[in-house]
Design a protein around this ligand. Structure first.
Ligand SMILES: Cc1cc2nc3c(=O)[nH]c(=O)nc-3n(C[C@H](O)[C@H](O)[C@H](O)COP(=O)(O)O)c2cc1C
Length: 217
């Protein structure tokens, strides 16, 4: 049964816990991001490094999914995935992506638009080695984004790979990291009456400096 309008209206909340002013923002958007990510971690939000990654394929069809940020610096934001997955195929054909971090208990959202490229195999391997063995085996086991017959197929493959590699799991060549080089970073803080604070950093193409603007909510 569809929910009534009244049911949805009762979900409405007023965003009253924070505000964002020009003077509050760091001139460097990466530093500003770090401050907000750390605030989300300090507040013990579950997986504060989770973000929704949107891609657009060659037919202009968008798709989204959640992934985990694993590192970032001024060169960009890094996540790891299967290079044969739907997202990876989209990125290969169209590297323009959007990241969306939602830290709802803080009434905060960060949107990052940029260009994704694969990181070096060496850097991927450095990270792969830090993963628990079960996750390393998971990378081999899952033909990510493909149709599979049933769960047993997955469990059988997991068993086969764990017997094959025992305790030294090499990184599959179809797995690794992507780095997203941003050209736009927007910080959103919920405010009462839907008059939220939004600030957007855009990268100036000529000298790679960041311009900061307040945006209407
Ligand atoms: C909290 C959370 C974290 C996730 N982290 C990752 C990740 O870091 N890398 C990844 O490939 N998939 C991750 N996934 C699974 C993806 O959302 C997605 O199902 C998978 O990558 C396949 O996406 P695709 O078929 O669109 O390529 C995560 C899912 C959730 C809910």
């Amino acid at each position: 049964m569809a929910k009534s309008q009244d049911w949805f209206n009762k979900l409405r909340i007023s965003y009253e816990i924070g505000e964002l002013n020009d003077g509050d923002l760091h001139h460097d958007p990466f530093e500003q991001f770090r401050i907000w990510l750390e605030a989300a971690a300090t507040q013990q939000l579950p997986e504060p490094n989770a973000f929704v990654l949107s891609t657009v394929d060659q037919t202009h069809t968008p798709s989204s999914r959640t992934v985990l940020l694993k590192s970032f610096d001024t060169k960009g934001f890094v996540f790891f995935s299967n290079y044969n997955s739907k997202k990876a195929k989209s990125i290969e054909l169209n590297p323009k992506v959007v990241m969306n971090f939602l830290w709802l208990p803080l009434h905060r959202q960060v949107i990052i638009e940029g260009t994704a490229t694969k990181i070096s195999r060496e850097d991927s391997e450095d990270y792969f080695k830090t993963r628990p063995i079960s996750s390393q085996l998971g990378a081999w086991t899952s033909p990510q984004s493909e149709v599979i017959e049933n769960r047993e197929v997955l469990e059988k493959r997991a068993q086969e790979f764990s017997e094959k590699f025992q305790d030294q799991v090499p990184m599959p060549d179809f797995w690794g990291g992507f780095i997203i080089d941003p050209n736009l970073i927007e910080f959103w803080q919920g405010r009462p009456s839907r008059l939220h604070d939004r600030f957007r950093y855009t990268k100036e193409t000529k000298n790679s400096t960041w311009k900061l603007n307040r945006i209407a909510p």
